[in-house]
Design a protein around this ligand. Sequence first.
Ligand code: MN
Length: 321
Amino acid sequence: MRSAVATDPGRRRRHNEDAYVCEPPLYAIADGMGGAQAGEVASGLAAAVLSEGGGSEQGEARVASLIQEANRRVFRRSSEDAAASGMGTTMTVALVDRASGTIALGHVGDSRAYRVRGGELEQLTDDHSLVGELVRSGKLSVEEAEAHPQRSVITRAVGTEPEVDVDTFTVEAEPGDVYLLCSDGLTDMVADREILSVLAEADDLDRAARALVDAANEGGGEDNITVVLFAVDEEPVGDTATMPAVAVPEEDDEDTLSGLDPVPAVDTAVVPAEAIREHLERTQPEAAERPPRRRRNVVPLAVLVLLLFALILLAIWGLYR
Ligand code: MN
């Protein structure tokens, strides 16, 4: 396996609240959220769980229990510390099993996993996000979702509730595959076709990782950007990562957030997917049976706009509470 990492705060943020793990055969991305520096604490705690090792489980079971443990750890800290209240993080984890030639993936939130195979880029994860739900239910096109003002509203996060629902699945790895884990700071700024062309043009993974971060910054760099790349080779050539294997966001000397300003997060918010589905069913009861609509329709769009306002208010209310 070869692997590479690049992370950057982007052009608009002072702090980098993304964390990553690049410890073959385990790779992960965590994109933290929360007021003050709570997002950094959340993603750092989650990444640290993965670096601890141990446990006898394999594959998806191991990936799921790592994310569950991260959830317990982040939730406990946010319950103990008023300034960290409501903090959370996305998590996307990949565990390679060379013996069986498979990769177990697990995720919560909108940090994505992609695979490049045969010159095509395939998104492996379904975003747990408001726009992801709307795209899957046929209410938004992928293009509309990319530019949507509420695209950072996620429907699940690690550490915001005592329990978290983790999606896991396993893919067969083939020689030549390249896998990409990334935070939304990449995917909000760089379209999939451009991600593919950057990966196709770069002649090694380190340069590819760096080029993806550069592309996100050129696209605006509105959020922290983190990419983890790993490639499946026919012959193992060792790990070429030049970054430290684990990066957790720098914490202050204090191990707790007490004393920091409890500034509510203004970027990422969590709204349960059930709430979105309920609203969709209530506003358009007949929509569920119909195939996704292609043409724009003025009335449903107006309903959608009202729904989005309601969701924003709900999210703001939740944050202040
Ligand atoms: Mn982000």
